[in-house]
Structure formats: structure tokens, C-alpha cells
Design a protein around this ligand. Sequence first.
Ligand code: 8YV
Length: 312
Amino acid sequence: MSRSVLALLDVRPAYTAMLAKKYDLHRWDQTDDKQALLDQVGAKITALVTSAGFGVPDGLMDQLPNLEVITSFGVGYDVFDLEACRARGIRVSNTPDVLTDDVADTAIMLMHATLRRLVVGDDWARSGQWAAKGAMPLTRSVRGKKLGIIGLGRIGQAIASRAEPSGVEVGYFGRRRKQVEYRYFDDLVALARWSDILIVACPGGDATKGIVNADVLSALGQDGYVVNIARGSVMDEPALIGALRDNVIAGAGLDVFYNEPNMDRALANFDNVVLYPHGASGTVETRDAMAQLVVDNLDAWDQRGDLVTPVF
Ligand code: 8YV
């Protein structure tokens, strides 16, 4: 008898098809009467497939008494109740490393797009303002700036190594000093004061909730830019909106939002903000690699009671 797996979403069609071939796969996302599905198969489900964005709906785990493992599509795990998982002996896996390059590239893309006002420039050309009014207003150079990275983990380090050739000096804030030559700050306000550009690259969760607050933004200052590719929860979003409105900072590049996909519409009113709809890992190549890792984790659990990339 093959293992019964509940998929809350389609990781990628070809990979979900692979799962359906190997396992007794049940598709929560394709079932209208979800309660009837759970009544029918809940007790035999031992593995759950979900994502870092979707998580696990409230009360669902209670209806899966024999759940052994959650294999998540995504690197972040702030969305899971890890304590509840640990208490029940449920293991969790994620998809680190395979998305690092694309997420770091997105941070760099947003940094350049924000300072060089890519969206304004695109509109300038597209709408005919170029012909009507002449050149667009001057922008700001990345070269020569001080870049502060919040969280020098795998993604933070990939951002730093990409940023250096653009001629920036790198500093960072994190829980611990790392064995790197970048300047370390043990205080976030001090990093923001030093930085011209602040890139948020730390994990979400309680420890980092709202740490990019009004004090940090005013320390960044009126010529400063903030880029967030981490989690919307790390940003005190009302403080960010206030800082943009009152010209406390110069601009922002945002891939993540406090409330996704229903982002605060106030952010769409600023032309010094570049928006991206939580798409940093959203390339065919990376999403395929993430989906493969979900399959690999599930197979490892099924065959050896082990995980390839465990959270724990
Ligand atoms: C994905 C992410 O967009 O990996 C993460 O933690 O936030 C993103 O890569 C997400 O997992 C897809 O839902």
C-alpha cells in the first residue's frame, strides 16, 4: 500500500503528477467539500505537502492524527507552528539553497530598479513623456553607496557577493558576527544610520517581527532606500508608509508585504516604490528545483524515514 499524502496545493504540475504516480495522493486544493475529504482520508494521511506561503490552515493538523511529516515548498518556515509539530513528533522539511540565487538576484534587481527608478523610466518612455517633456528626472547611482544587509544567511551572503561588483561597501546586522570581511553591526539602528541602502534578508517569525520600524527608517534617512525580499512581517508597514509619505526615506523596493496578496494599497501610490508580487523565487527553473526537493524529501521519508533538507 502506498503512503497516503495530502497536497494542499500544486507545487508544479509535472511534480504533483510524480507524487500522484508514487503515492496515494489526495488533492485538498481540488476538493470542494474539504471536510468530507478529511472525514474520509484524514486518519490515513501521514504526509502533508504545502508551501511557505500557504502554511497549514487552522485546525487541519488536528484532523490528521497520523501525520508524520510536512514537506514545504519554500525556504521560510515562519508560517508553521513548529512547537505544535515538535510536540507531536511531526518532522518538517523546506527547500533551501535552490532558490538562493533567484532571491538574491531579485534583491539586486529591486535595489537597482528603485535607485534608478526603472518603473518611472519605463512609463516615461512608454507613455510618450520622453518625447513631450524631454529626459526623465535624474536618478541615484548604486556605485559608492553603503549597503546594509539585515540577516547574513545564505541569501544575505548571496546578495552581498552580487552587490560588491556594483561598487558598494557592505555591512550587516544579525544575531551573530560571521567569519566575513563585511562590517558587522550588533545594533539595527546603527546599521541603518551607516547605510544608504538597507536590504532585508532575515527570516520572518516572532524574533524579527516589525524590527524595521520607524526608528530604523529615520536612521536610514531621507537619502536612504530600503529593499525587502524577506517577509512582510519584518517591516513595520504602517511606519514604512508614513516614512514614504513624509519623505523620511527616499524610496523602497518591495517583494513581500504584511498582508499578501491583499497588500496595503497605500504602497501603490508612491512613484518612488518598486513593487513585486512575492515573486523572488518565481522562475520556472527555481520553482521546478523547489518542487523536485519536495518530491525528494517525501521519497526520503517514505524510503528511509529521513529528510533531505529538514527544518527539524
Ligand atoms: C515562495 C518563499 O514564493 O521560499 C519562501 O519562503 O516565500 C517563496 O520562495 C513560496 O514558498 C511559495 O509559496
